[in-house]
Ligand binder design. Structure first.
Ligand code: SF4
Ligand code: SF4
Length: 424
């Protein structure tokens, strides 16, 4: 990485805490990612993006801002990125997958709150994240109570617009959500000073759909045995999808798929044929939360799909490209987002149905349900997942964990025992 210290200082980062963060990430990345053998060549691009996480991409954001553009940060896949881009903004998924600034966060939050909320508040209060410091506005949502209340506090430090997300999928919920998306579009127009036209929205819908199609193409390739790419690499790509430049990212994922298709022709796999296949489901794993995936793939199994928002839920549904006037395109956008099977919905039978379909489609030998500690929606919904999978005879391992490494040894023992069991 080049020398970006002046840029970071100008952004107002706490240089000492930021240096500590930069010291942690490269060794973790090396151990989790760079020790993998026989990785596809194009993964070099994604390694480069991670390496330049706080460098080149931030420089791009600053250039955009200098030219009068806005950067908008988000925490949830419910926030329609198409609308932000249609008004000339850049949408950045803020990560919050590492325990840093927890002490600062605990000054304004209770100790026992999910690590994701604690992490985003810690990032902001400790001034360690250049994406946060580049964000002119943050968009929150009312998906879970902890986030909903934390956004009120976050608003003391950065302007926050909160979208009211429904918790059911009845007709009246659809109407409420459509109104919220329309309100959001108006708010973004005001904030950016740019109006959204049917043409600009249709174009950003196409671009987001192209990104989703590229990710779906990658996902399809994981159905084969031997698998041609590790689940860890796919998770990384799904995490990068949320903040990289859309057109460049889409092109790189398609290049990766071209390379993987060649690998398939020659029968080259990343793990031997017959490696036990698992699907990971649960709370999204924000970058750099790679603990459980690393344990899984170093315990003799391969992740073949992620039924999470850092995974299938982010890309499997597309926005219909049929509409031509602004109202119908906005309604198409709203419709697509309401198809997300987040655990905050009740009932959330769509998630159970999708999960069992995925087990068949990806020929998975088992499912690992991973909920973040204190994440009530996923920890409670694990009961429904267990019930449905048991009825279908699908092996399940349930894990609850945070961002620290204290339980890594114990988790490894449990995952290894599960892998041994599904091998038989
Ligand atoms: S799990 Fe729910 S709240 Fe979290 S990112 Fe996904 S949709 Fe949003
Ligand atoms: S849904 Fe779970 S992980 Fe996400 S913010 Fe709420 S409690 Fe935290």
């Amino acid at each position: 990485m080049g020398d970006y210290r002046k840029m970071w200082q100008d952004l107002g980062l706490d240089m000492e805490s930021h240096d500590q963060l930069l010291e942690v990430l490269p060794p973790t990345y090396h151990d989790v990612y760079l020790t993998q053998e026989n990785r596809p060549q194009i993964m070099e691009y994604f390694d480069f993006v991670v390496n330049e996480n706080h460098g080149l991409r931030i420089e791009e954001l600053q250039q955009h801002k200098s030219a009068g553009g806005k950067v908008i940060g988000t925490f949830c896949v419910f926030v329609p990125e198409e609308i932000i881009r249609a008004a000339g903004g850049i949408c950045i998924g803020l990560c919050s997958g590492i325990e840093i600034g927890a002490g600062e966060a605990e000054k304004v939050l209770p100790r026992n709150i999910c690590p994701l909320i604690k992490s985003f508040m810690g990032f902001k209060l400790a001034k360690v994240c250049p994406y946060f410091e580049s964000s002119d506005m943050v968009v929150g949502e009312t998906t879970c109570d902890g986030k909903k209340k934390a956004f009120e506090i976050l608003n003391d430090y950065v302007p926050v617009h909160v979208m009211e997300t429904p918790h059911m999928k009845k007709d009246r919920d659809r109407k409420l959500w459509e109104e919220e998306v329309k309100d959001f579009a108006r708010h973004i127009e005001e904030f950016t000073g740019n109006s959204i036209s049917a043409g600009s929205l249709a174009q950003s819908v196409r671009e987001s759909n192209d990104k989703r199609r590229a990710l779906k193409r990658l996902s399809e390739l994981r159905k084969r045995d031997p698998v041609v790419i590790s689940g860890k690499d796919c998770l990384l790509i799904e995490q990068i999808a949320m903040y990289d430049d859309v057109a460049r990212f889409t092109a790189k994922v398609n290049e990766l798929c071209d390379e993987l298709e060649k690998r398939l022709e020659s029968g080259v796999g990343i793990f031997p044929a017959g490696t036990p296949r698992v699907i990971v489901t649960g709370t999204p794993m924000a970058i750099p939360n790679w603990k459980v995936p690393h344990i899984i793939e170093s315990s003799g199994a391969v992740m073949v799909a992620e039924e999470m928002c850092t995974g299938m839920r982010y890309f499997e549904n597309e926005v219909s490209e049929q509409g031509t006037d602004i109202d119908s395109i906005i309604n198409n956008v709203a419709e697509r987002y309401l198809g997300t099977n987040c655990a905050v919905f009740t009932p959330n039978t769509g998630r159970m149905e999708r999960l069992t379909e995925l087990v068949k489609e990806y020929r998975a030998d088992g499912v690992i349900h991973c909920a973040l500690s204190f994440c009530n929606p996923y920890a409670v919904e694990a009961n429904r997942v267990e019930q449905v999978l048991r009825q279908q005879g699908i092996p399940l391992l349930k894990i609850e964990t945070g961002y620290d490494q204290e339980d890594a040894g114990q988790l490894k023992t449990r995952v290894e025992a599960f892998v041994e069991m599904i091998k038989e």
